[in-house]
Design a binder for this molecule. Sequence first.
Ligand code: TYM
Length: 334
Amino acid sequence: MIQDKKTLFSGMQATGTLTLGNFAGALKNWVTLSDQYECFYCVVDLHSITVRQDPSTLRKRARDLLTLYIAAGLDPVKNCIYYQSHVSAHAELAWILNCFTYMGELNRMTQYKDKCAKHADNINAGLFTYPVLMAADILLFQSDVVPVGIDQMQHLEITRDIAQRFNGIYGEVFTIPEAYIGKSGAKIMSLQDPTKKMSKSDENPNASIYLTDDPDTVIRKCKRAVTDSGNEIVYREDKPGICNLMDIYMAMTGRSVAEVEREFDGKGYGEFKMAVGEAVVSVLRPIQERAESLRKDKAYLDSIIKENGEKAAYIANKTLRKVQRKVGFPDRIR
Ligand code: TYM
């Protein structure tokens, strides 16, 4: 018997320019997994407005991000690539799930605390309930697997808790999702401070490699990456800078720790940093070229956006209707 494929869901925020962290921790794995699952890849623009955005910049970034999903190798015919704001079921389910989530649970979210510290002038309710919207995203599609970087694990846990609580009251409504964390690249650190996550919002441009960086910039940033004063390329706790560069190299080449240590045995930091930079360039360059030519094909992108948005809405609404019936909302008159 042919088994139906399991479902995969993931998303990224359309804020800032994507970093190598977003690519290594998420996008790269999305591409690898896309043949094995029925996939939904969302541009999560509803989440983006928890931080103040300039409207025209947000619209442009959302389109660039969707383009980048395709340029990175996701086939928009086989995979459903769409904007969260085009599928109203996300917001509707989020409201219902808000009523099944405790303030105490949301208060514990470390990303909420970090964002409050960063945006002290705009601690809005959306920032607080952000993980509930993320739970709605995932649960709407009855997702089995959610490929993310390590920083999203806490949000995955609360999603599972909300789903289990809801199922405990109303029966088996939601599939309980599992996080998928890649073997390498699940937490890429800043090139300037390897104890800190590489982040789109870092003020120091040398701390992050952006997916739009040209080859010279990538090589320069790798060369300037902060490392220790030793000269051995080994994966060891007291060498966070080298570990981070090794993580990047492994994520780009698919090699293991042992293979990388062997490859650079007896070689110095300079040679290693150069090799890391070149490995990054060889992965990013074809993606940048595809993105460039896709951006020119407006009609093609528009058709993808329309068709995938409709498909996502159709599937999401099935779950939403079921949930609405379960909680006791009146049936729709046909
Ligand atoms: P976002 O937009 O911050 O990041 C997108 C993805 O990139 C991963 N990531 C990293 N991985 C490794 N190293 C890093 N330095 C690094 N920085 C970011 C993130 O873990 C993520 O997988 N809340 C989510 C978006 C979201 C979502 C969802 C994800 C909304 N709904 C449903 C999955 C399922 C976020 O802000 O990701």
